[in-house]
Design a protein around this ligand. Structure first.
Ligand code: FAD
Ligand code: THG
Length: 822
């Protein structure tokens, strides 16, 4: 056991809000008893966001990880008591729709709930009214009811967990303001407060919206923006009497009116029942975390700002419209409460790479708090969380997404969009364009339709190809799946299968790994045999110690001590950097270079005349790399293709990118070359069965379940995760990533839909796309191995509609690889 994982590790947690208290409980439950929680305010209500959180817990959303966090919160707090009251009250959750768009989205949400194992039902307006008698049923189209959602008593849960953690040795010190973080040799050593210094092996910042302040003390960027959010309560409403009892504070389901950015809960006390109203409808109100008053200087609490009535006025009107009985009441009290928003709305979790032992657990709602604490405690004590956390990872943001300007713009936008209906492909609106490839000007000339990912502008299809789409017989799409889609994608896919196309692969992350230890390092880090002659490219996996898939990579050996790694995300770079020994250098070369995929049966005809090197099948084999010149441009060429066609990835430096594009374009004219976008790309890769890390597989899956066991070579010697895979094979896994095709050639799904086997939910879709070559929609899904048998009939659910599908033999296209290997 490394010292960092020892049970006697000294942990200091900063902040005794719901996250800090939950974490102390989870750490001590795992045998780490030397836990000190430092809190600047008085306990048990120290004045952070938790101190006035109304505690609504709705679990269902597009992120499976977030739903898992929330499920754990409900389960844990439901079993936890203080003052004879459970810390969670399963009153149920009701989200209502007053617009067609929302009503459709609630159908989609019901599908997400089924995918992630949350029980829920769509209700008629009358059924909604039975649950919430004050609703004006004429204004609503229906609702989504989740009976096991409800109210967390956040402060009670803090106290219960504090008591439990203290029983196991933890201490909570109130009125200790952290003023500095001590470190030596890149490792955290202690925490300085106004009342002394606390030595520590691990420090966790659970400081809520003060995260950036603590981060600054540690030299670690914390990408979150604190914003105020309005919460008001009415006078007691006689109409609410009857259902509630004073002890439980509420009796009716928690209610959401997202079409107007509003939510509601009851507050019962001896005077009666008041309605609490939360609003995200107002202008974003950013707060400088460095300027928040201390507890004793704050008017109410540091996290509570004065109510701005004029901002609330429209929300009041909307509330009266929904719940007419409110017309006789008024806002009795209100405040603008502060909490954290990140550029993508997700938490920020993980250990700093530059300051070992310094952890972040920031931007976490009460809803997700227990789940987050469990994951972080596992990460700290076992070295890894059991849940896939890539969407929450501290290193998910690119450099260009870490500027204060980006965090402010995107944080405010996260607030604005918190209840919006968001399409899975919907790009951010600003700041754009941020990152562009050297081909951007040409892409614009060709009428590229850009979406955004990781700050990059990415063409999804090109208007210039519209003539190719004329006369294509494609099934009609529903309005939702027709968004961010064009029939042109079908034409681009066809041109790739029949002729040749250029794909901008610049956003694909590239790392250069060099030095005398490079081979040994990559051999130890990944699963496949990399000890091959220079010029070899290998598809290989990064695993964690438990054998879960951390990423899939291509590794090109360009020289004995020089490798180019094709990676998926910043997390890959992070993992390699953390493990790199002396004598190995790792450099992210993505921004300074670019890449074009030239793919299709005519790719060789296009490229060969541009070079004196031999690009024949014999001269340049599949999964081989060469450094050469194409016209005037020095390139590294790799013969591989995520779209499953003959061709090359061609890399050069950014300065020569435009010249490379123009060179290929000119040479391709006689072959009818086109530029093709991500939309076609995704379709082609699914036809070929190539997995997309983060969608189809994550650390929660082993390679055999995910269908990438072919890249694991236990015989090559020791590598990270090898021991955990012993005894596991394709034959004995219990679940499998499974290829489905939809039975109706006109049906389409987009991903994350539930899959039903014999009518019962059995799995969920990971990626989906129409397969233009095979003439059907393809959906990859996680299913029990017993159902993952070709020919098995299943059904998916799309906006509440049953969609029959069949398990297919994969890959669907060119299983013999005759098109790539020739
Ligand atoms: P906090 O509760 O803010 O705790 C951080 C603690 O760190 C504070 O107590 C602070 O004093 C301490 N601290 C900071 N700096 C220092 C320092 N230098 N030294 C020592 N201690 C320090 N979430 C939901 O899930 N459901 C809801 O319905 C909901 N409604 C909300 C309504 C409002 C009006 C607001 C404001 C928030 C709401 N939230 C809701 C969000 C939720 O309250 C927060 O996300 C959550 O409470 C954050 O918990 P935390 O432990 O991270 O932060
Ligand atoms: N190009 C490069 N690197 C990459 C990707 C890429 N790294 C990340 C991600 N994409 C990796 N994913 C794949 C998936 C499949 C293949 C390549 C990269 C692939 N597989 C062949 C197959 O499965 O039939 C060959 C496997 C083999 O021979 O071992 O081509 O797009 N540079």
């Amino acid at each position: 056991m490394s010292p960092a994982l020892a049970t006697d590790a000294r942990v200091v947690v900063i902040g005794a809000g719901i996250v800090g208290c939950s974490l102390a409980d989870e750490l001590t439950a795992r045998g780490w008893s030397d836990v000190t929680v430092l809190e600047q305010g008085p306990l048990p209500a120290p004045g952070g966001s938790t101190s006035h959180a109304p505690g609504l817990v709705f679990r269902t959303g597009p992120s499976r990880t977030m739903t898992e966090f929330a499920k754990y919160t409900v389960q844990k707090f439901g079993a936890l008591e203080a003052d004879g009251l459970p810390c969670f009250d399963p009153l149920g959750g009701l989200e209502i729709a007053t617009t067609e768009a929302r009503w459709a989205d609630l159908h989609r949400k019901a599908g997400l709930a089924a995918s992630w194992g949350v029980h829920g039902e769509l209700l008629t307006p009358q059924q909604c009214k039975q649950l919430w008698s004050l609703l004006d049923e004429d204004t609503i189209l229906g609702g989504f009811h989740t009976p096991d959602d409800g109210l967390a008593r956040a402060l009670l849960a803090c106290r219960a967990q504090m008591t439990r953690a203290e029983g196991r040795g933890a201490r909570f010190l109130e009125r200790h303001t952290v003023t500095g973080i001590e470190r030596a040799d890149g490792q955290v050593t202690g925490v300085v407060t106004d009342r002394g210094t606390f030595p520590a092996d691990h420090v966790v910042s659970a400081a809520g919206f003060w995260g950036p302040v603590i981060g600054a003390m540690a030299g670690v960027d914390v990408p979150l923006l604190p914003l105020a959010h309005q919460y008001a309560t009415t006078e007691p409403l006689p109409e609410l009497d009857g259902r509630d009892d004073v002890r439980t504070e509420a009796g009716r389901p928690i209610l959401r009116f997202q079409d107007r950015d509003l939510y509601y809960r009851e507050h019962t006390d001896s005077a009666g029942t008041r309605l609490g109203i939360g609003s995200y409808a107002h202008r974003p109100m950013p707060v400088d975390p460095f300027a928040v008053p201390a507890f004793d200087e704050a008017p109410v609490m540091p996290s509570s700002l004065p109510f701005t009535e004029e901002d609330f006025a429209p929300s009041w009107q909307d509330s009266v419209g929904l719940l007419p009985a409110l017309g006789a009441s008024r806002v009795a009290e209100g405040f603008n409460g502060v909490f954290s928003f990140t550029p993508d709305g997700m938490p920020v979790l993980g250990e700093s790479r530059d300051l070992r032992g310094f952890w972040l657990a920031e931007a976490v709602w009460v809803t997700h708090s227990a789940g987050v604490a469990k994951a972080l405690a596992e990460w700290m004590t076992d070295g890894r969380p059991s849940l896939d956390l890539h969407e929450c990872d501290l290193y998910r943001f690119e450099d260009a997404q870490r500027s204060p300007a980006y965090i402010e713009d995107r944080g405010a936008q996260s607030f604005v969009e918190v209840y919006d209906v968001i399409h899975p492909l919907q790009p951010i609106e600003a700041p754009r364009p941020l990152r562009v490839s050297p081909f951007y000007a040409r892409q614009q000339e060709l009428g590229a339709h850009f979406l955004e990912a990781g700050g990059w502008e990415r063409p999804h299809w090109y208007e210039a190809n519209a003539p190719l789409a004329e006369g294509l017989a494609l099934p009609e799409r529903d309005p939702w799946s027709a968004r961010y889609w064009s029939p042109i994608a079908a034409a681009e896919a066809a041109a790739t299968r029949e002729k040749v196309a250029l794909y901008d692969m610049t956003p694909l992350r590239r790392l250069e790994v060099t030095g005398p230890g490079a081979l040994g390092f990559l051999q130890r880090m990944t699963t496949n045999q990399l000890d091959k002659k220079p010029g070899a490219v290998t598809y290989t996996l990064l695993l964690n110690e438990a054998g879960g898939v951390r990423s899939d990579l291509t590794v090109a050996r360009l020289a004995p001590d020089r490798f180019q790694v094709g990676a998926n995300s910043g997390a890959d770079l992070d993992l390699l950097l953390r493990h790199a020994p002396a004598g190995v250098q790792i450099r992210d070369i993505t921004s300074g270079t670019c890449c074009i995929g030239v793919w299709g049966p005519l790719a060789r005809d296009l490229v060969q005349p541009l070079t004196r090197d031999d690009f024949s099948h014999q001269g340049f084999g599949f999964f081989k790399a060469k450094q050469t010149y194409l016209g005037h441009v020095p390139v590294t060429a790799m013969r591989l293709s995520y779209v499953g066609e003959l061709g090359w990835e061609l890399y050069t430096t950014a300065d020569l990118g435009l010249r490379l594009w123009d060179t290929l374009w000119e040479a391709g004219r006689e072959y009818g070359v086109i530029a093709a976008g991500r939309s076609a790309f995704n379709s082609l890769r699914l036809e070929k069965g190539y997995r997309s890390w983060g969608h189809d597989m994550t650390t929660e899956h082993n390679p055999y379940e995910a269908g990438v066991g072919f890249a694991v070579r236990p015989a090559k010697g020791e590598f990270l995760g090898r021991a955990a895979l012993e005894g596991i094979s394709e034959q004995n896994v219990r679940r499998k990533l499974t290829c489905l095709t939809l039975d109706d050639p006109a049906a389409v799904v987009l991903g994350k839909e539930p899959v039903f086997v014999d009518g019962a939910p059995a799995g969920y879709v990971t990626s989906a796309s129409y397969g233009y070559t095979i003439g059907r929609c393809i959906a990859y899904a996680w299913l029990p191995a017993s159902a993952a048998v070709p020919g098995t009939a299943v059904h998916l659910e799309y906006f509440g509609e049953k969609v029959p599908a069949t398990v297919a033999e994969e890959p669907l296209f060119d299983p013999k690889m005759t098109r790539i290997r020739r």
